[in-house]
Design a protein around this ligand. Structure first.
Ligand SMILES: Cc1cc2nc3c(=O)[nH]c(=O)nc-3n(C[C@H](O)[C@H](O)[C@H](O)COP(=O)(O)O)c2cc1C
Length: 195
């Protein structure tokens, strides 16, 4: 049975740099024999976490919007690709607001002592982060990488690559960097491999 992958492109620019890299990674994943779907976060409507605390006791978010079904798809897949640019020295707000909604999974694990896949015989889940930043500041990806590491841990995903491309700003500028696109393709292909 081939592995399944969800790629989530989080930039509001659907034709932007991180989305272009995500598309290449998905192509690589499919070339590697896997089944992949590419989703654009901007197509989904979700509210930011209200910090109501309900999930601390129930393990479930009270908000009923597109975040729930989106998390269901991410939880069901074997591999995950998160593509999100740097805005204001961190991961873009669209991605961060969605990530905050995973507080319910944090509550399940750390407050209620329940694993995500208890009893289920799931293969190890793996994932990749893809990011672009307009500048080449030395620490420009640090904040985003920390958030992604946390998010993947909560979702029980082993991060296998952080593909961070600085100095990419204008929409589509990444097409001037074929090596980056090729790297995304190759990493996507590797992600589809079993071992
Ligand atoms: C609101 C906003 C804030 C940004 N902040 C930063 C920043 O702090 N540092 C940086 O290097 N680039 C910053 N950028 C540039 C983006 O990271 C860059 O344009 C990137 O290529 C966007 O990726 P996308 O095409 O996938 O949206 C910012 C862009 C926007 C729109």
């Amino acid at each position: 049975m081939s592995l399944s992958c969800v790629a989530l492109a989080c930039s509001p620019r659907k034709e932007g740099n991180t989305a272009a890299l995500a598309r290449r990674a998905v192509e690589g994943f499919r070339a590697g024999g896997g089944r992949a779907e590419l989703l654009y976060l901007t197509d989904h409507k979700y509210a930011p976490c209200r910090a109501c605390g309900a999930c601390n006791t129930t393990g479930r978010c009270v908000l009923r919007d597109d975040a729930g079904p989106l998390f269901d798809r991410i939880l069901a897949c074997d591999r995950f690709i998160l593509a999100a640019p740097i805005f204001s020295m961190g991961i873009c707000a669209q991605a961060k607001a969605f990530i905050d909604r995973s507080q319910q999974f944090w509550a399940n694990r750390y407050l209620l002592g329940r694993g995500l896949f208890e009893g289920a015989n799931r293969p190890e889940r793996r994932g990749i982060y893809i990011g672009c930043a307009g500048t080449r500041l030395p620490n420009v990806f640090d904040g985003a990488v920390r958030v992604v590491r946390y998010f993947f841990k909560i979702l029980e995903i082993e991060p296998v690559a952080y593909l961070c491309y600085p100095g990419v700003d204008a929409e589509g500028e990444i097409y001037g960097n074929p090596a980056a696109l090729q790297e995304a393709y190759e990493e996507g292909k590797k992600l589809a491999a079993d071992g």
